[in-house]
Ligand binder design. Structure first.
Ligand SMILES: O=C(O)CCC(=O)C(=O)O
Ligand SMILES: [Fe+2]
Length: 328
């Protein structure tokens, strides 16, 4: 290894900047209390989405044992011999399950990940790893629960945007869920601290479980990286590209990255929630007017996969930029 390769560029160093309190924390249990309390929680969620694009949720109804079970299933999978995991390796982004050890961006080399569809579970679970034997059941339980939470949050945001909680209800109900299960080694001296390069997520909402600190988000007010400090038993939520499209830019997607933790190896599990594969997302008519003309071309998850496939070597794969209409 040359000396040069041991010098970590400044922009790849983890941020020391803990997200300054108050990082919004939403008590999701309050959504189901009386209408006046629900209205306040809807307002808090919508404000967090508009101002920051991310927040944490507590009292979300997913039990500790379901979360622990999924983490155990993920850790046990990543401990399997390479040959077993590589059965799932593929460059075909349309495979129902994909395993890889590094991204093609040349930055995030140390992450191992497994991506698979999860909704409807009965359709996809047959493709999931059979080893470890707990994987399908435990990850399936977590995926089902986390999707319930995503739908609940989506309804609240639609309500907060003035579209009504049942806006395009069937399309959300029938939408896809992609689980991105990530395993990062402990940071080792001299290596890049970046575990996953900056990106925004496809879909409306990502709900992320993280076993310890490592996620960073761009704070758009200061245009700097902020460390997300996970609260016990909380889940992190951030907005994806299609939320920006649907809201016609009222809510913005969140650029985020993962850095390696200097104390421990890390597991994260992201549930990415969108419309079905070929269902196009466009800006809500109700949010388009003369002052706010339509800003984005309609697109589907299938279009996103096409875009990724033709931009595999692009370090800044920015799907959303490709949708922005001229002059918008
Ligand atoms: O590991 C993390 O904290 C982030 C994971 C992530 O951004 C993703 O899987 O899209
Ligand atoms: Fe992400």
């Amino acid at each position: 290894m040359s000396d040069d390769s041991r010098t970590v560029p400044q922009e790849q160093l983890p941020s020391d900047d803990l997200h300054p309190p108050p990082m919004p924390v939403i008590n999701l249990g309050h959504l189901n209390l009386d209408p006046a309390i629900r209205a306040c929680v809807v307002e808090d969620i919508t404000k967090a989405c508009r101002d920051l694009g991310y927040f944490q949720i507590i009292n979300h109804g997913i039990s500790q044992s379901v979360m622990d079970g999924a983490v155990d299933a993920a850790s046990d999978f990543f401990k399997l011999p390479s040959e077993t995991k590589e059965e799932f390796a593929s460059d075909d982004l349309r495979r129902p399950v994909r395993y890889d050890t590094s991204s093609k961006d040349g930055i995030s080399m140390s992450r191992a990940y497994l991506k698979h569809y999860a909704h409807p579970l009965s359709e996809w679970v047959q493709y999931w790893p059979e080893k470890p034997p707990i994987y399908r059941e435990y990850m399936g339980n977590f995926a089902t629960e986390v999707r319930r939470v995503a739908l609940q949050l989506m309804e609240a945001i639609l309500e907060g945007l003035g579209l009504g909680k049942d806006y395009q209800h069937e399309k959300f109900e029938q939408g896809l869920q992609l689980m991105s299960v990530n395993c990062y080694p402990k940071e080792s001296e001299g290596d890049t601290a970046i575990g996953l390069a900056p990106h925004s997520d496809y879909g409306f909402l990502t709900i992320l479980f993280t076993s310890c600190r490592g996620l960073e988000v761009v704070d758009r007010n200061s245009n700097s990286w902020k460390v997300v400090q996970p609260l016990p038993h909380a889940l992190h939520v951030h907005v994806g590209d299609h939320m920006e499209v649907l809201s016609n830019g009222k809510i913005k997607t969140v650029v985020h990255r993962a850095v390696l933790n200097p104390e421990e190896a890390r597991i994260s599990m992201a549930s990415i929630n969108g419309f079905a594969m070929h269902e196009k997302v466009s800006s809500a008519r109700e949010l388009v007017n003369e002052q706010n003309p339509e800003k984005y071309t309609a697109s589907s998850f299938n279009d996103f996969l096409d875009y990724l496939t033709s931009n595999l070597d692009n370090k800044h794969r920015n799907f959303l930029e490709s949708l922005r209409m001229q002059g918008a």
